[in-house]
Design a protein around this ligand. Structure first.
Ligand SMILES: *Cc1c(COP(=O)(O)O)cnc(C)c1O
Length: 369
């Protein structure tokens, strides 16, 4: 029996996708070989690659003047790729610092450009997006970078923030590794959207970039070819061997989304899942969540047990109940339930039922002391 896996990434994939991959594993489309064994230059693989891009374009309504690149190196590689492709030495760039992933992006960008931190960075694990009144954009900035969902704390930018950022009239770049395709968005408001695959897209080893075409072709001379977006664009993301199997599986996930009502339908389920879980945590005396309620992530729900000495028992018992990988990131402690698109609503129901039962047994124990 498969368990409900709350891992932050690599994360659970839709069961229907896994079954289809299993069915096609040894013999894809009567070719007599697995997708994993095909030349990336073959007609067969090209059809897989093109269909994957077409389905992603459909699922996210990507405008024609945007390119879709399939890259190596995870989202982290683009922390360097972005300044290398978009700045020259001495240029200034705007970054929000709302958590660990933003901090990492800033650290890389500082090697190449002057980073102006628009807001944040004063506390280790922010639990809120700094007040808009405190934001300080740089008039010279070449672009504005943000991490739209901080995966470790579960802190997500809201529409009110984004409106203010887009209003600056600068290219806006978003690391959407942990919330891409979780709800409908207007791609045309962004200059670049990028994401590692292993959260809401597919297996690790692949990252995806959606980029407005005028931003390609300005990389610094020193940029390694495999970090240069123009090289990817000119070679259909096949300058060297791409992560072929991860690319194929991402395609199955896009197809699954497409045939299940698209991002609109999955967004409704995501909202329900998150509301249920936060709702339960908020009414409980036993668990708590410290993120500003209106900015809580719909994908990564963090919570702490009031009595942290029960943490390891909670993890042992939840694992025995087939609820996996609930341990929070070490930087933030406590628990984290990542409830990406592939997590069925029943998984969240099962988690809440377990949390209730655990609370009941251990609140009694506390009372009887
Ligand atoms: C996981 C994650 C990353 C890092 O992804 P890699 O693919 O490991 O480089 C970057 N940003 C965010 C928001 C993430 O959740």
């Amino acid at each position: 029996m498969r368990a409900f896996n709350f891992s932050a990434g690599p994360a659970m994939l839709p069961e229907a996708v896994m079954q289809r991959a299993e069915k096609e594993f040894l013999n894809w489309n009567n070719t007599g070989m697995s997708v994993m064994e095909m030349s990336h230059r073959s007609k067969e693989y090209m059809s897989v690659a093109h269909q994957t891009e077409a389905d992603l374009r459909e699922v996210m309504s990507i405008p024609d003047n945007y390119l879709v690149l399939f890259l190596h190196g995870g989202a982290s590689m683009q922390f360097s790729g972005i300044p290398l492709n978009l700045t020259q030495p001495g240029d200034t760039v705007d970054y929000f610092n709302t958590g660990v992933w933003s901090t990492k992006a800033i650290k890389e960008a500082m090697r190449y450009a002057n980073v102006n931190v628009v807001a944040g960075g004063d506390v280790a694990n922010p639990t809120e997006i700094p007040d808009i009144a405190t934001w300080r954009f740089s008039p010279e900035a070449k672009y504005i970078h943000l991490c739209s969902n901080e995966t470790i704390t579960g802190l997500e930018f809201q529409e009110v923030h984004l409106e203010h950022i887009f209003a600056q009239g600068k290219p806006v770049i978003a690391d959407m590794s942990s919330n891409i395709m979780s709800c409908p968005i207007d791609v045309s408001r962004y200059a670049i959207i990028y994401a590692g695959a292993q959260k809401n897209i597919g297996p690790a080893g692949l990252s995806i970039m959606i980029i407005r075409d005028d931003l390609v072709g300005q990389a610094r001379d020193i940029t390694p070819s495999l970090l240069n977006w123009e090289v990817y664009a000119q070679n259909d993301s096949m300058f060297n061997t791409p992560a072929t199997y991860a690319w194929y599986l991402a395609g199955l996930v896009f197809n699954w989304l497409k045939t299940n009502g698209g991002v609109e339908a999955v967004a409704e389920v995501n909202t329900r899942k998150a509301q249920k879980l936060y709702g339960y945590i908020d009414q409980s005396e036993f668990y708590s969540n410290t993120i500003t309620p209106s900015q809580r992530s719909k994908m990564n729900v963090t919570f702490h047990l009031k009595d942290s000495t029960l943490d390891s028992l909670f993890l042992d018992e939840s694992k025995a109940a087939k609820l996996l990988s609930l341990k929070g990131h070490k930087a933030f402690g406590g628990m984290r339930a990542s409830i990406y698109n592939a997590m069925p609503e029943e998984g969240v129901d099962a988690l809440i039922a377990f949390m209730k039962q655990f609370e009941r047994s251990h609140s009694n124990a506390m009372l009887s002391v």
